[in-house]
Design a protein around this ligand. Structure first.
Ligand code: MLT
Length: 260
């Protein structure tokens, strides 16, 4: 079972973190009440041991964690790397999904330039610290408004990234480099789906997220203002409100609160 936090009662909402973070990136989502919020550390991050993972084995590790928690089905959300794993889960464990939330992520695989960048990060991670890796990512991961006005968010992101290990970073980069094309499976998704993206996401920009939403039957697309690649941290109130609105109207959950 993956290391995880499990709080609240109601329909399980399972959220998978982005790279290079851990379950603590979902702290602002504790304000979403009337759901059972389950947040695992993916293999190699936080308190989950590193494994020689693929997106499929990560998705299976999430499924095993649900088994251990006696959760038959859930609403599954994933941000960026977490979204790659959520899409693999949707392919491999579709019967366990009640709903899907794809946050600042994409269905297409890496192109050759993307794969080459992965190799650079793999090489750098063996010699640089995790702090150097996250410092190199922040200009793209957080939008300018966040970098200028939300120094608390910048600091939280830096702290979370710096807490990870070189082994976890290397293993996740290999896993992301080798992930398959999820686009052919998008049309087969049969559960309510919410696609969220920050308007200034420089890593997985809105145009790609919009196209992904259009390929999923009935999916809702939400673009959040003043946000970059990590909208749950950059504009948490708007993010939570978008999730709650969708939970109530598309998944027909009883009105939960989105927080203060
Ligand atoms: C992430 O935010 O999880 C990563 O930027 C995703 C990626 O490197 O493809």
């Amino acid at each position: 079972m993956l290391a995880h936090s499990d709080s609240g009662t109601g329909t399980p909402l399972v959220l998978l973190h982005a790279f290079p973070f851990d379950r603590r990136m979902w702290e602002p989502q504790a304000a979403i009440t009337n759901v059972r919020l389950v947040v695992p550390d993916l293999p190699g991050f936080g308190q989950s041991p590193v494994a020689d993972s693929t997106v499929d084995t990560m998705a299976d590790a999430v499924a095993e964690t649900l088994n251990g928690l006696r959760i038959d089905s859930c609403i599954l959300g994933g941000c960026s790397m977490g979204g790659y794993v959520a899409l693999a889960f949707a392919r491999r464990h579709a019967h366990r999904l009640k709903g899907l939330i794809l946050i600042d992520t994409k269905a297409e695989p890496d192109d050759e330039a993307g794969k080459a960048n992965r190799q650079k990060m793999i090489d750098a991670a063996s010699t640089l610290s995790a702090s150097a890796v996250i410092d190199g990512m922040i200009p793209k991961a957080l939008c300018e408004a966040t970098r200028t006005n939300r120094l608390d968010v910048v600091e939280a992101v830096r702290r979370l990234g710096a807490a990870q290990t070189a082994a976890g970073i290397i293993s996740a980069q290999r896993m992301m480099r080798d992930r398959p094309d999820s686009r052919p499976a998008l049309g087969a998704i049969r559960v309510p789906t919410l696609v969220i993206v920050g308007e200034h996401d420089a890593i997985t920009p809105p145009a790609g997220a919009r196209a992904m939403a259009a390929a999923i039957p009935g999916a809702r697309f939400v673009e959040l203002k003043d946000s970059g690649h990590l909208p749950n941290l950059e504009t948490p109130d708007a993010f939570n409100a978008a999730v709650v609105d969708w939970l109530v109207s598309a998944v027909q959950l009883q009105a939960p609160n989105s927080g203060p």
